[in-house]
Design a protein around this ligand. Sequence first.
Ligand code: SF4
Length: 236
Amino acid sequence: MIRAVSDRPGRAARPLNVAREPAAAKRKRAMAIGRALERTYPDADCELDYRTPWQLLVATILSAQCTDKMVNQVTPSLFAAFPTPDALAAAPAPAVEALIKRTGFFRQKTKAIQGVARAVGASHAGRVPEDMDALTTLPGVGRKTANVVLGTAFGQPAIFVDTHVRRLANRLGLTVSDDPVVIEQNLGALLPPRTWTAFAHRLIHHGRRVCFARKPRCSGCALRRWCPQISVTSAL
Ligand code: SF4
């Protein structure tokens, strides 16, 4: 049986059965998790460096299968050499490949960012569009990348479901789905839109620092009181 951990001295832990949790209780628990994340990571934000929505869009594409730290090491040179979508679209592919090589999959990523650059230049006058439909019609831009840009660069309510958000949302019993679109809908239904973007950033922070894929640090976790630890078989 899954048991919640009591943080009140002298009180026994009570069972936490999220499978039968009423919707109102789940919303209340999600809000409590959001507040605990806010206390723990008050300044959590995107860990990719960017100055414009265009730079964030490119950096997000480059971050696939790569750390944000590595992306941050290559983007200053990339944006200095090719500062606009038009400049990047017109660049010789080998020159772009050389600049982003350290992020891995550099040929595919070069094709991807040059394809996006061409589309942004041709269809949006060089400006990144500010809505989901337009963003996801750009080549290679999926819902996660679009939500990162909308929430982080444009300040719109957005929940981006990456590998950390997917893992933590399931462990926390806030969804039972592996489908990013369903997870986005489930989290969106539990939390007020004004909190969505910060919640997603903070969940990613927590996934990188505490709730690891293997051996999460449950013993010192700020969310433990509200976490049913779904599918956690080994923890620190
Ligand atoms: S570290 Fe453990 S207690 Fe904390 S959110 Fe992850 S699974 Fe839950």
